[in-house]
Design a protein around this ligand. Structure first.
Ligand code: SF4
Ligand code: SF4
Length: 67
């Protein structure tokens, strides 16, 4: 199953990763990061297609997808 590494302190809560994930794996966390934003968190990772879209589109390089 793919793994997502989310560097929460880099996130500005724009929601792009959540919006464009084709499998709707990501959702907004209820926990605020140190910058006052709500980063994404992964849900059902078995649905992840490992397309890398979240990582590619994140303007702040806050997500990495790996095996
Ligand atoms: S790799 Fe693709 S399917 Fe998996 S969480 Fe990122 S955008 Fe969604
Ligand atoms: S695209 Fe990047 S900056 Fe925007 S919410 Fe997702 S992780 Fe945060």
């Amino acid at each position: 199953m793919p793994k997502l590494y989310i560097e929460e302190r880099y996130c500005k809560g724009c929601g792009i990763c959540i919006e464009f994930c084709p499998a709707k794996v990501l959702k907004q966390s209820k926990k605020m990061n140190s910058r006052g934003y709500f980063p994404p968190e992964s849900g059902e990772m078995q649905k992840c297609k490992k397309c890398g879209m979240c990582s590619l589109l994140c303007p702040d390089f806050a997500i990495v997808v790996s095996d």
